[in-house]
Design a protein around this ligand. Structure first.
Ligand SMILES: N[C@@H](CCC(=O)N[C@@H](CS)C(=O)NCC(=O)O)C(=O)O
Length: 77
C-alpha cells in the first residue's frame, strides 16, 4: 500500500491526501515531525509530502499527483 509521509499541518500534504481520497486510492499515513524526519523524507529533498509506492519514493505534491494519475488511475480503467 502507498505510504504518505506528511506533517499534521501541511497544505501540500492535504492536496495529495484529498486527491487519493477522491480517487479511492488506498494509502497509509506516516506522520513526520519536522525535527526528526525519516530518511524517506531527507533523501528526497527534506519536504513533505512524500509517497512511497512499491519502494519508489516521490516528493513534491504536483509530481506525486502526476505520478498517481499515470499509474494508479490508469490501472482502474
Ligand atoms: N513544492 C513542494 C512544497 C512542499 C513544502 O514546502 N512542504 C513543507 C511543509 S507544508 C515542508 O516540508 N517544509 C520543510 C520543513 O518545514 O522542514 C510540494 O508541492 O510538495
Amino acid at each position: 500500500m502507498i505510504k504518505l509521509y506528511r506533517f499534521t499541518h501541511c497544505p501540500f500534504c492535504d492536496t495529495v491526501q484529498d486527491f487519493m481520497d477522491e480517487q479511492n486510492i488506498a494509502y497509509e499515513i506516516v506522520l513526520v515531525h519536522r525535527e526528526n524526519k525519516p530518511k524517506e523524507v531527507t533523501s528526497t529533498g527534506g519536504t513533505v509530502p512524500v509517497i512511497e509506492d512499491n519502494g519508489k519514493l516521490i516528493s513534491d505534491s504536483k509530481k506525486i499527483i502526476a505520478y498517481l494519475r499515470n499509474t494508479h488511475l490508469a490501472k482502474q480503467t
